[in-house]
Ligand binder design. Structure first.
Ligand code: FAD
Length: 319
């Protein structure tokens, strides 16, 4: 069985859910080999074994782990040259996308972005890609070299396949570009909420929310559902939330189980970032708002009345 390299995203040894999804996808077409970098890399091993990694390559050398992006590319390109896997899977996060692009250039191959499916035939790995903001799915392959695949979070459900992986320490390759260094420990944004592109519930607010202060309501709904907070560009441009919360063509692409759009009209550029959500709920006072065309459930009403009522009802049912 051909090897599929999976780059592991983790925070201090806690493996991200999209990584487990990528491992699940890799297992379907080959033997997953996980590559983990960082001081806490070893803490990831048992979790990676639980999700079917046949082997875990560990790199704890600060010469690469304290370097932004370039160090990861150095390690991955060295491993690819040594082992010639059938493909490299990288989570399609902001950092993952940058790694994927740089790695493909280094390998002289190509990137298949926003992958939602993977298969193998005589010609090698084929990938189903969600393009045009997820409105179209195409099947693509890279014709030269080892394809680099950026795997879209929430495209598949992570499924466990417990095993005990081989563990292989690897050294940092010498003499690479190490200009940009991590100078402070990374901190999780969002007050302990899940990351926007990993969350299974996203509650998003738009211009209809009215002010930065009013976003407390959106955050409260997100918190009772254990979700992340998103926003339309109108809300981030107004400075009500940081741009990292923006969902859409020029923001994050999310595919949660549940997306609740509050006071968002449903402009095509917003829809491009969330239309693959499994269930979409829209709350808008305008019954003609385009968001209702893609919503599974629509509530026509003032969000300042509807959202508190929703929060009360969710809490009541939990008691
Ligand atoms: P509006 O379109 O103004 O809609 C506000 C909605 O709130 C209305 O439907 C209104 O009926 C409703 N409302 C008002 N008050 C209430 C209330 N009290 N209760 C309930 N409903 C209420 N946009 C993005 O979101 N993400 C992107 O990535 C993005 N990228 C872009 C890229 C380009 C190149 C361009 C040109 C635009 C982009 N936009 C993006 C902007 C996009 O076109 C829209 O302008 C934006 O999405 C509108 O945000 P909105 O729905 O919050 O605001």
């Amino acid at each position: 069985m051909a090897e599929i390299l999976v780059l592991v995203e983790h925070r201090n040894g806690t493996v991200s859910r999209p990584t487990l999804e990528a491992l699940t996808a890799a297992r379907a077409v080959g033997e997953p080999v996980a590559v983990v970098l960082g001081a806490a890399a070893e803490e990831c091993v048992s979790r990676l074994g639980e999700y079917g990694a046949a082997e875990v390559l560990l790199c704890t050398d600060p010469a690469v782990t304290e370097v932004v992006v370039a160090g990861v590319v150095d390690v991955l390109s060295t491993v690819v040259r040594e082992r010639t896997p059938a493909a490299v899977l990288v989570v399609a996060s902001a950092e993952g996308k940058e790694i994927a692009g740089r790695l493909a250039v280094r390998l002289g191959s190509g990137v298949l972005t926003d992958a939602v499916g993977i298969s193998v035939d005589d010609t090698g790995v084929r990938v189903r890609q969600a393009i045009f903001g997820g409105s179209t799915v195409v099947t693509s392959r890279v014709r030269r070299g080892v394809p680099v695949v950026s795997w879209r979070p929430n495209a598949v459900r992570a499924e466990a396949a417990p095993g005990t992986p081989r563990v292989t320490p690897i050294a940092a390759p010498p003499g690479a570009d190490r200009q940009a260094r991590v100078t402070a420990t990374r901190v999780a944004a969002g007050g302990g909420r899940p990351a926007l592109n990993e969350a299974s519930v996203v509650v998003a607010g738009g211009r209809g929310v009215g002010s930065a202060e009013n976003f407390a309501l959106i955050e409260e709904l997100a918190d009772v559902l254990g979700g992340a907070v998103g926003a339309s560009r109108a809300a981030t441009d107004a400075g009500w939330l940081p741009h990292t919360a923006q969902v859409g063509q020029t923001g994050a692409t999310v595919s949660p189980d549940l997306y609740i759009a509050c006071g968002i009209s449903g402009a095509i550029q917003h829809v491009a970032g969330m239309q693959t959500a499994k269930t979409i709920v829209a709350i808008n006072k305008d019954p003609e708002a385009p968001i209702f065309q893609i919503a599974d459930f629509g509530i026509v009403g003032d969000l300042h009345r509807v959202v508190p009522a929703l929060i009360r009802e969710i809490r009541r049912r939990r008691e």
